[in-house]
Design a protein around this ligand. Sequence first.
Ligand SMILES: Nc1ncnc2c1ncn2[C@@H]1O[C@H](COP(=O)(O)OP(=O)(O)OP(=O)(O)O)[C@@H](O)[C@H]1O
Ligand SMILES: [Mg+2]
Length: 243
Amino acid sequence: MPILELNSVSKRYGALTVTDDVSFSLEEGATLGIIGPNRGGKSTLFNLIGGTDRVNEGAVLFQGRDVTRTGAADRCHAGIARSFQIPHPFVGMTVFENLLVADAFGTTERHAREDRCRNILDQTGLLPKANRPAGSLTLLERKRLELARALATDPKLLLLDEIAGGLTEGECKSLVETIKSIRDRGVSIIWIEHIVHALTAVVERLIVIDYGKVIADGAPADVMALPVVKEIYLGIDLDEQAA
Ligand SMILES: Nc1ncnc2c1ncn2[C@@H]1O[C@H](COP(=O)(O)OP(=O)(O)OP(=O)(O)O)[C@@H](O)[C@H]1O
Ligand SMILES: [Mg+2]
């Protein structure tokens, strides 16, 4: 059974169709990358999967269960976790307290909660900052905290929204290793990212979204080689090249 299924999902804001009849499914333990031009509707798709926003049409199934009308907290408790493109930690709380809150919404029982959170901070490189207020973190540390908070819920499906944006090459590499280790523990991952080489180091499948539509879906090398992807995503003008 797929861990996630989207069946003909559409989302409109007024006259603007942001998600346009999107269907795909993800097998348990699979990794999927999502790329596409700015404002193409990628983050909106995460809102619809995570439950922070609702579809106008279509259905979202998680582990075979229809969660289309289920709230974000219930979906988190069921095992869907996400990082937000713009991190919004509880700035008045410490880094460690931020994790404890996320843990409380997650899938695990209360016991050993503090040890789990400490391990996750270690895994995401934030342990030295555990007792700092989250509001004092740099943007990069906030991105790590986004990942840590998502992991604290002990997710079965992890949605990562541009988690590597703004990182140096070295920081990006170490993040890729962290995400690989999460993948290797069997967590299903969907990762929206503009840094294609970071994505393709982790994912086995790539989807391209443009104007809310899935325009390509397949193995990363095949997808990146498609003329339509080169034209739309990489900004290569094929007519100009042919001339
Ligand atoms: N709550 C909202 N109300 C109105 N319009 C919205 C809302 N959320 C998103 N949009 C619009 O939907 C479109 C898609 O936005 P979305 O954030 O999903 O794109 P994206 O692919 O994640 O872009 P980026 O690569 O810049 O992060 C944009 O035109 C955006 O302005
Ligand atoms: Mg986005």
